[in-house]
Design a protein around this ligand. Structure first.
Ligand code: NAD
Ligand code: DAU
Length: 352
């Protein structure tokens, strides 16, 4: 059956992978990519599919309710997959208000437009793509489950938790058909080099310091971005309305161990002698309120929808490094200008 799907944030990291998957796999769907093209949005990431007949780009802001309402009407939007967000924890610490505006008000505006157009009619779906950070921070043991109590601790995770609550509130109060997923850390091609893996790849290339927060012992559960896009596809088509699904990689790494593996692979691929990149590691002041450990229990999505990660971490990391090495222009384009100023300011000349 044909659908007119509004995917928000499709010029960003995960959104661009999702759009490519949907445009290619579902020629009977019209895919509308709504993106404000902030520093994190880049249409170059979509050049493989930009001329496809079923792909359409809409430049706009999810906080502009009138504009969103017009989009729904003009394109007879049947479904929403909502990814647009401010997504970087460090930026949320230095500038929290834009996170509240985009992530909370933006999500609420999309919900309102969906409610205005669909009411509680079945046959529509509002899918909110969210994060495991809403669950807070784990100690050495345990996992996040779908019914783990929310305990967000950064302005970013508080804004995502709030947006999740609004999605559920619109379902319970107005009967809006919704589904949610909460995913662990993604990595892969096209990720903006402010997040750990692409930032460190870029710094190693430029022989710049690798700023490890605190002692480097915080743990994250890493998932290849294409596997996340596959999970979203599964949930969108087979998930139950009103449900939440956790998505994770069963792949926990202490930051410092991951960074050392990355250094080793980079040395091999760049033909540098072993140990060269590790010398760039510099321990810096810890992130304020730094969550210690995230780990997802993804058994619900496996049992109910048959989804599992497909890629081993070393393979995914190697593919990711290769992509950045082959796309230095992309890296150069996105790191020039205001981003470079932001990064320099963050460390005020404390790094080489
Ligand atoms: P990203 O920062 O790479 O991309 C965000 C996109 O949203 C950009 O294209 C940006 O231009 C767009 N955008 C920002 N503000 C907007 C606005 N007001 N109106 C319209 N578009 C706007 O983010 P990402 O890493 O791809 O994350 C996508 C979603 O997935 C986010 O909701 C994030 O919370 C969630 N998520 C991310 C991860 C991860 O590891 N990256 C993990 C779990 C969940
Ligand atoms: O868990 C899902 C979340 O993962 C997503 O919701 C977020 O959008 C995404 O940005 C990511 O958040 P993190 O804060 O975990 O990712 P980040 O890449 O910023 O940091 C990963 C770990 O590495 C974290 O413990 C902080 C540390 N770090 C990060 C940077 C950028 C460093 O030690 N040095 C750095 O320079």
């Amino acid at each position: 059956m044909g659908k007119n799907i509004l995917i928000t944030g499709g010029a960003g990291f995960i959104g661009s992978h999702l759009i490519k998957l949907f445009v290619q796999k579902y020629p009977n769907y019209q895919i509308y990519n709504l993106d404000a093209l902030t520093y994190a949005g880049n249409l170059e990431s979509l050049k493989d599919i930009e001329s496809a007949d079923n792909y359409h780009f809409i430049h706009g802001d999810i906080t502009d309710l009138d504009f969103i309402g017009q989009c729904f009407k003009k394109h007879a939007i049947s479904d929403v997959i909502h990814l647009a967000a401010e997504s970087h924890v460090d930026r949320s610490i230095s500038d929290p208000l834009i996170f509240i505006k985009t992530n909370v008000l933006g999500t609420a505006s999309l919900l309102q437009a969906a409610r205005d157009n669909w009411g509680s009619q079945p046959g529509h779906l509002f899918y909110h793509v969210s994060t495991d950070e809403v669950y807070g921070s784990l100690g050495e043991k345990g996992f996040f489950y779908e019914d783990t109590a929310y305990d967000p601790r950064s302005p970013y995770s508080a804004s995502k938790a709030s947006s999740d609550h609004f999605v559920r509130a619109f379902h319970h109060t107005y009967g809006l058909p919704v589904v949610l997923s909460n995913c662990s850390n993604n990595y892969g091609p096209h990720q903006f080099p402010e997040k750990l893996i692409p930032l460190f790849i870029n710094n190693i290339l430029e022989k710049k310091s690798l700023p490890v927060y605190g002692k480097g012992v915080n743990v994250r559960d890493w998932l290849y971005v294409v596997d996340h896009a596959r999970a979203i596809d599964n949930i969108f088509h087979k998930g139950s309305v009103g449900e939440t699904y956790n998505i994770g990689g069963h792949n926990e790494w202490r930051n410092i161990d991951l960074i050392k593996l990355l250094c080793k692979l980079m040395d091999q691929k760049l033909g540098r002698s072993p140990g060269t990149s590790e010398k760039l590691i510099t321990y810096v002041k810890d992130r304020a309120g730094h969550d210690m450990r995230y780990a997802i229990d993804a058994s619900k999505i496996k049992k109910e929808l048959g989804w599992e990660p497909s890629l081993q971490f070393e393979e995914g990391l190697s593919l990711t490094i290769d992509w950045y090495l082959e796309n230095k222009d992309w890296l150069e384009n996105v790191t020039s200008g205001s981003y470079r100023d932001y990064y320099e300011k963050m460390y005020e000349g404390k790094l080489t």
